[in-house]
Design a protein around this ligand. Structure first.
Ligand SMILES: Nc1ncnc2c1ncn2[C@@H]1O[C@H](COP(=O)(O)OP(=O)(O)OP(=O)(O)O)[C@@H](O)[C@H]1O
Ligand code: SF4
Ligand SMILES: [Mg+2]
Length: 316
């Protein structure tokens, strides 16, 4: 299967002013690498504040002005410039944003969903398709004339998903689509993504909810302290977690209620903490001398899996 989206060694930092006029580069994302194929759901699992929305915004070219972006973002094999991102966003790639606050509060829902049209004819065609998709998601005609603040949580989610589908995209990036929703609406929202996958759409699901990730994703990228430390298959999260590779991912799995709630000791290094060696060094019970001095790279271990740990490098 061909890759739709490739994110290669992306880092994102902000200039931070310290005492006086001193500046420092505050790295939030240090090394993020992932890829998604057509009809695949890849979840990126990271804790709150780890830079997940920044990743989404980097793909769409909507990072804040003070952000520094390095690395490559490719779509269908072509590296995207800022202009390319502006050209394809909302068309080939669409964002299901983290919050309904991304919707223009002064516009009616159907106008938001339809978006910009070049002609009256195009508008009419899109209006018909908008109604069809809204109908499919149980959004009654009254919703078309509502404003964003009038939507309930579940309705807002369905509007955001329908709006994304109306663009007929190749790739959907969903930023934290489940928090604050009741169990039934979470289930419903996740089913929407499965439905997109069945239509051949690639879905990047950005979340801190491991249950949501395990429910729908084909592969799961684990984001830790600014690094992708493992890309595992969904089925690796089973049994005793013996097929998971990185010690952090194994611990995450053991921390699930069904697996005994085993607490992970220690904490993730904070943004701006300078770490020379492996970002997991302090918490790792498999560490050895090299881990303190050198930083492991993310290595391909075959079968569409990757891991960032010296234990899996040849010769270790
Ligand atoms: N404009 C900015 N200027 C400086 N730092 C910023 C800016 N925007 C984001 N950050 C930093 O980047 C971090 C990550 O932000 P981001 O919104 O991507 O996290 P997140 O993983 O999406 O969190 P959440 O789970 O809460 O949505 C923030 O905690 C903050 O330190
Ligand atoms: S590189 Fe070393 S410290 Fe890092 S996870 Fe692997 S064994 Fe642990
Ligand atoms: Mg976020």
């Amino acid at each position: 299967m061909d890759n739709l989206l490739e994110v290669e060694n992306v880092s994102i930092s902000f200039i931070q002013y310290t005492k006086g006029l001193n500046q420092r580069d505050l790295k939030v994302i240090t090394d993020l690498t992932l890829d998604i194929s057509e009809g695949e759901i890849l979840a990126v699992l990271g804790s709150s504040g780890s830079g997940k929305s920044l990743l989404a915004h980097a793909i769409f070219g909507i990072l804040p002005g003070n952000a520094n972006l390095n690395g490559k973002i490719k779509f269908k094999g072509k590296e995207l410039s800022q202009e390319d991102k502006e050209e394809i966003r909302g068309k080939n790639i669409v964002l299901v944003p983290q919050s309904v606050n991304f919707l223009d509060p002064l516009m009616k829902i159907s106008d938001i969903a339809i978006g910009h049209c070049d002609s009256e004819e195009e508008r009419k065609e899109k209006k018909i398709r908008q109604r069809e998709i809204f109908e499919h998601y149980n959004l009654d005609p009254e919703v078309d004339d509502m404003y964003p603040f009038q939507l309930s949580g579940g309705m807002a989610r369905r509007v955001l998903v329908s709006t994304a589908l109306l663009a007929d995209p190749d790739l959907v990036v969903a930023d934290e689509p489940t928090p604050g929703l009741d169990e039934k609406t979470v289930e419903e929202t996740l089913n929407h993504f499965k439905h997109m996958k069945d239509q051949g759409i690639g879905v990047l699901l950005i979340t801190h909810d491991i249950h949501a990730a395990l429910e729908v994703a084909d592969r799961i990228g684990i984001f830790y302290s600014g690094y992708v430390i493992e890309i595992a298959l969904k089925e690796d999260f089973s049994g005793d977690g013996e097929n998971l590779l990185h010690p952090y991912t194994k611990s995450l799995f053991k921390a699930l209620p069904a697996n005994g709630f085993e607490v992970i000791k220690g904490h993730q290094p904070l943004h701006g903490e300078i770490i020379k060696g492996c970002p997991y060094y302090d918490r790792c019970d498999m560490k050895f001398d090299r881990c303190k001095e050198e930083r492991p790279e993310l290595v391909d271990v075959g079968n569409n899996k990757k891991v960032r740990c010296f234990k899996y490098e040849e010769g270790e």
